[in-house]
Design a protein around this ligand. Structure first.
Ligand code: IPE
Ligand code: IPE
Ligand code: MG
Length: 264
């Protein structure tokens, strides 16, 4: 099943976002404020991940996507990169069984070819073990970049369906995007105070509600999540329509659909 695109069809409004995507930023600053090495911030950040996963599941969020390592983070000092890789390995070794017990599904998106074989194996095993779990899908974006995702989708699509080189639609490409299994994020959260997307889910964030907080990631918890969700609930998601149309619950006219054949 390919989840519907927000630029082609209007999703059902929901009080609890179905999909939350988070840029977990500010670990380094959290550590610096305490005169600790940056890696102490990353270690503490893992605690915030545990709390956030639990809180999301309790609130009925179905998909949680966490940006753990960007395709640009290789530019960091080698010691920090290698610590982050170790942390990822440790987290998988310690947490996957718990995810599974809690009926949660684990997924990874990103270019895994640059990772050590041991890490890749842990990721694939975790995905396989939890594949049929239905409670919350936790996706970790690792060596992920939004531009990489779009390019790999186009390349993959054209290798499978060379005839599409003549022209293709959003609907043709969607199944090849890394997160084809999930609806587009409803709520995007970035901690750490920066107001940028940093090459996260560029395609999928087209109509996502954006929420920025100055809170540093290691301090993030259930209450912070609730504040983000409360902000989300105050938004008016118009998807191109007018406010009046929303109040009258008017359906988008068929001619507004710009892809041939899609008249939902
Ligand atoms: C986010 O925290 C974690 C990763 C990018 C892996 P940072 O390490 O970017 O923390 P700041 O932005 O330096 O405070
Ligand atoms: C974004 O954080 C990536 C992750 C949280 C994994 P960065 O701290 O790397 O972002 P920039 O480079 O400051 O935008
Ligand atoms: Mg940062």
């Amino acid at each position: 099943m390919t989840p519907t695109s927000s630029t082609l069809a209007v999703p059902e409004p929901r009080a609890i976002p179905r999909h939350v995507a988070i840029i977990m930023d500010g670990n380094g600053r959290w550590a610096k404020q305490r005169f600790l090495p940056r890696i102490a911030g990353h270690r503490r950040g893992m605690e915030a991940v545990r709390k956030t996963v639990r809180a999301c599941a309790e609130r009925g969020v179905q998909y949680l996507t966490l940006f753990a390592f960007s395709s640009e983070n290789w530019r960091r000092p080698v010691e920090e990169v290698s610590f982050l890789m170790q942390l990822f390995v440790m987290a998988l070794e310690q947490e996957v069984a718990k995810l599974h017990e809690n009926n949660m599904r684990f997924k990874a998106i990103g270019d895994l070819t640059r990772f050590e074989p041991r890490l890749v194996r842990l990721i694939r095993d975790a995905e396989q073990l939890t594949a049929n779990n239905g409670r919350l899908t936790l996706t970790v974006a690792a060596n992920y970049g939004g531009r990489w995702d779009i390019l790999q989708a186009v390349k993959h699509m054209l290798s499978k369906r060379p005839e599409l080189a003549e022209g293709f639609t959003e609907t043709d490409m969607a199944p090849y995007l890394a997160m084809h299994y999930a609806p587009e994020p409803d709520l995007f959260i970035r901690t750490g105070g920066e107001q940028r997307v940093s090459n996260f889910l560029l395609w999928q964030l087209a109509y996502t509600e954006l929420y920025f907080t100055g809170m540093l990631w290691p301090d993030f918890d259930a209450e912070a999540l609730d504040r983000a969700i409360a902000s989300y609930q105050r938004r008016e998601r118009r998807f191109g329509r007018t406010s009046e149309q929303l109040q009258q619950r008017v359906e988008a006219p068929v001619y507004a659909q710009h892809e041939a054949g899609d008249t939902r």
